[in-house]
Design a binder for this molecule. Structure first.
Ligand SMILES: [Cu+2]
Length: 231
């Protein structure tokens, strides 16, 4: 038990240090932190061993190799982690349950132009795609003024849902039954400034650890796509 709680606590330390690093990496947004970017260790507090934790990118690497674990044959899961690319008029996202029960959106980060449309297609399992939006009883992880969406549950192979994005910015969304196991994805619309995107802030404190970790991972991918977050 002691070991276990130590483990949990250590994950929390890692997560907040990763989040802090993401926040610090070139992003002196609005307030604070600007002056302290050289002393990241202040952010990670209380003397646990965080050698190698202070850059936050190691974390991302970990999560990604985890994901590689449920690569299913026919599907090019590599897309899920590849470069996000430039905005295009349309983008396609598959909703997948793998043979070993893993679930995900592929690619994890889709990108369209402002006014562009994303189409979700059910490949396997039963899933939905819903915005982190107050209208869905969720914290706001979409741009200010953006519309909410919820596809409703799709359970027939090949079923699709589309949403047109009129507001530029970064959006996170989730699958209701699988959010807790990290079935969360992102849509980047247009060429937003990473500063001031609610989605890219530290993940909501009241979300379970697995959800927070996934959001941190997505934020790194989004920041990278926006040329923001790596030196
Ligand atoms: Cu799902």
């Amino acid at each position: 038990m002691t070991d276990r709680s130590h483990y949990t606590r250590r994950r929390i330390v890692q997560l907040s240090s990763a989040a802090a690093a993401v926040g610090l990496a070139g992003c002196s947004s609005a307030s604070t932190s600007g002056g302290e970017s050289d002393s990241e260790s202040t952010g990670s507090s209380d003397g646990e061993d965080h050698s190698g934790e202070d850059d936050g990118h190691d974390e991302g690497g970990d999560e990604q190799s985890d994901d590689g674990g449920h690569d299913d044959g026919g599907h090019d899961d590599g897309d899920g982690h590849g470069g996000v690319g430039e905005p295009t008029p349309t983008a396609a996202v598959d909703m997948i349950t793998t043979d070993d029960g893993g679930t995900h959106f592929a690619p994890h980060v889709a990108r369209v132009e402002t006014g562009g449309t994303v189409t979700w297609t059910l490949e396997s399992g039963s899933h939905n795609a819903a915005a982190y939006h107050p209208d869905n009883d969720q914290p706001q992880l979409v741009p200010d003024g953006a519309e909410a969406w919820d596809s409703g549950m799709l359970s027939e192979h090949g079923a699709t849902f589309e949403h047109t994005f009129e507001t530029e910015g970064v959006y996170h969304y989730y699958c209701t039954p699988h959010e807790g196991v990290g079935m969360i994805g992102s849509v980047i619309v247009g060429e937003p400034d990473a500063h001031g995107q609610p989605a890219l802030e530290e993940p909501p404190a009241d979300k379970p650890q697995a959800v927070r970790e996934k959001i941190v991972e997505l934020n790194e991918m989004c920041n990278e796509a926006l040329g923001h977050g790596h030196d």
